[in-house]
Design a protein around this ligand. Structure first.
Ligand code: HSE
Length: 309
């Protein structure tokens, strides 16, 4: 039986414009690394953290809380040590807490001989996600675990659908170096929405899912709109409207807030357009005094993966 595993836990984009709390997709080449080790001493211990200043106490750490949730469920005759090499900045809007939350449970599951399926792993990871965002949503967790695009049909019971990825679809991301806590970005949202807005929003979710299934890029363009959440949250992101305008002018199919922000994502048909969109986003932010970084990413259809075991 394996004793130690090194994994890559990917960054993700949640909401995908119209799909607040239900839609997400997985990014490539951007993510955290974690080492999970099986030890004889019972319990969950976080033994090493690099990259960002995060708590070592398992019950205060996102990776620790999801690990404890699974550990208490299976009650194994061993313990686990967790090392976290964090590359995704907390509060950046590309699923930093989700990457930590899924990493520990995925690694433990492998070392225990895979007693749980991907949906069950998502359930345990939701406990860790809730520590940081004060809400048990799974729209970053599901794409991190399953890869590609996912739709969380319900969280109780947890029901996750995998949605196909059109082959020419690329994502462009800009991350302004400000921090927005997911819990704060949820606090400012309205508790009620009008039936008119809800109708428009769920029509867009339905048509986006159809467009992803049929690789209909024009329909992706017409569906990537968020009329409910974006008007509130964009106020937290300096120059959001300018970035969106520039991205669409450069040929993006759509542009919206990544998760709860401050990162902004665009989807494009073809890598060449995605790179033009990146350039257009850079032009907007280089005129400000806010530091930022950008990248272009394929959609990662594999999700979390083993680097070494
Ligand atoms: N769906 C979540 C939100 C994603 O927008 O609040 C961020 O965790």
């Amino acid at each position: 039986m394996k004793k130690e595993i090194k994994i890559f836990s990917p960054a993700t984009v949640a909401n995908v414009a119209c799909g607040f709390d239900v839609l997400g997709f997985c990014l490539d080449n951007k993510g955290d690394e974690m080492v999970i080790r099986k030890v004889s001493e019972k319990g969950i211990r976080i033994t090493h953290i690099e990259g960002y200043d995060l708590p070592y106490e398992a019950n205060k750490n996102v990776a620790g809380v999801s690990a404890l949730s699974m550990y208490e469920n299976i009650n194994p005759d061993c313990g686990f040590e967790i090392e976290i090499y964090k590359n995704i900045k907390p509060g950046s809007g590309i699923g930093s807490s989700a990457a930590s939350a899924v990493g520990s449970v995925f690694g433990m599951n492998e070392l225990l001989g895979k007693p749980y399926n991907k949906t069950q792993l998502t359930y345990f990871a939701m406990k860790g996600e809730a520590l940081s965002s004060k809400s048990e949503h799974a729209d970053n967790l599901a794409p991190a675990i399953f890869g590609g695009f996912t739709l969380v049909k319900s969280t109780l019971p947890l029901d996750i659908l995998q949605i196909p990825k059109p082959s020419e679809l690329y994502a462009t991301l800009i991350h302004p170096q400000i921090e927005i806590k997911t819990s704060d970005a949820r606090e400012i949202l309205p508790k009620q929405v009008s039936l008119k807005d809800a109708t428009a929003q769920w029509a867009n979710v339905g048509s986006l899912i159809h467009a992803l299934h049929t690789s209909d890029y024009k329909l992706i363009h017409r569906s990537l709109q968020d009329i409910i959440v974006e008007p509130f949250r964009k106020q937290l992101i300096p120059h959001f409207d300018d970035v969106k305008f520039a991205a669409l002018e450069a040929g993006a199919l759509g542009c919206a807030i990544s998760g709860s922000g401050p990162s902004i994502f665009a989807l494009s048909q073809g890598k060449e357009t995605a790179l033009k969109v990146e350039n257009a986003m850079q032009m907007v932010y280089s005129k400000t005094n806010i530091e930022f970084n950008t990248f272009v990413s394929d959609i990662n259809i594999k999700g979390i993966k083993i680097l070494k075991s």
